[in-house]
Design a protein around this ligand. Structure first.
Ligand code: CTP
Ligand code: CA
Length: 228
């Protein structure tokens, strides 16, 4: 069968993408995390790289191969992802926050395994807020990239996504409904509702691969408008 080579028309663009979950240690053997598979972020990195963009992928702990022609930086915790993201943000034209960053981490990570006690049926863990990576990127005064966020919601998808677009001062947000278990998180499929400051568009259900190719188009269209 004939394979049409994708256009390598984005060779002038540097794109950084965060993907996957973060993992917040409780003690040397336990952690808090979430169900993010990283598939959407990895598919998007692949789609940008296929178009010739120079892609940096900051990945939390996921079980996925590195897409071709993508520079991968592995991190574990939100604080590590924050450090890598802030460093990369100023070197890239576009920042895409696909990661499901843990909102909270342990105030104190126990240095030894926490032992189950005979006399207490409760264990209290104290959590503190992690830095909001994408908000900090969007607040950059110098070398601020074009900033695209994701929002995984279980209800009021459009309303919550538009609120995040404003609150985090993003250029664009891609929202998906994760209450439908056929979509989002570990699924091969997704559907997205895109919002930007003066518009909206829906990308109907498709494979994460096809959706990513379409999303690259949409992001580039908005990016080109913003940088004229
Ligand atoms: N995000 C981030 N750093 C965080 C939390 C979120 O960069 N500490 C980014 C995500 O990568 C995503 C966007 O912010 O692009 C929205 O994430 P989400 O978890 O939906 O937003 P929150 O503000 O954490 O709101 P919620 O209470 O719904 O979790
Ligand atoms: Ca969150």
């Amino acid at each position: 069968c004939a394979v049409v080579a994708p256009r390598r028309d984005l060779a002038h663009l540097n794109v950084v993408i965060t993907a996957g979950p973060t993992r917040e240690a409780i003690d040397p053997v336990r952690y808090i995390s979430n169900h993010s598979s990283g598939k959407m972020g990895f598919a998007l990195a692949d789609a940008f790289a296929e178009r010739g963009a120079k892609v940096t992928l900051i990945a939390g702990p996921v079980n996925l191969p590195t897409p071709r022609n993508v520079t991968r930086i592995d991190v574990v915790s939100a604080q590590q992802m924050y450090q890598q993201a802030m460093q990369s943000a100023v070197e890239n034209h576009i920042f895409i926050g696909c990661a499901a960053v843990a909102d909270y981490r342990l105030e104190q990570i126990a240095t030894q395994k926490i032992k189950k006690t005979a006399d207490n049926d409760e264990l209290t863990l104290k959590l503190v807020k992690n830095p909001d990576i994408i908000t900090n990127v969007a607040q950059l005064r110098e070398k601020r990239p074009f900033v695209v966020g994701f929002a995984a919601e279980t209800q009021n998808v459009a309303e919550y996504a538009k609120d995040k677009l404003q609150r985090k001062n993003l250029d664009m947000i891609c929202a998906n409904d994760v209450s439908d278990s056929a979509l989002g998180f570990n699924s091969e499929h997704n559907a997205l509702q895109l919002f930007w400051q003066n518009g909206a568009e829906s990308l109907p259900q498709d494979t994460k691969r096809n959706l990513s190719a379409q999303l690259v188009e949409k992001i580039i269209a908005r990016y080109n408008q913003s940088s004229v």
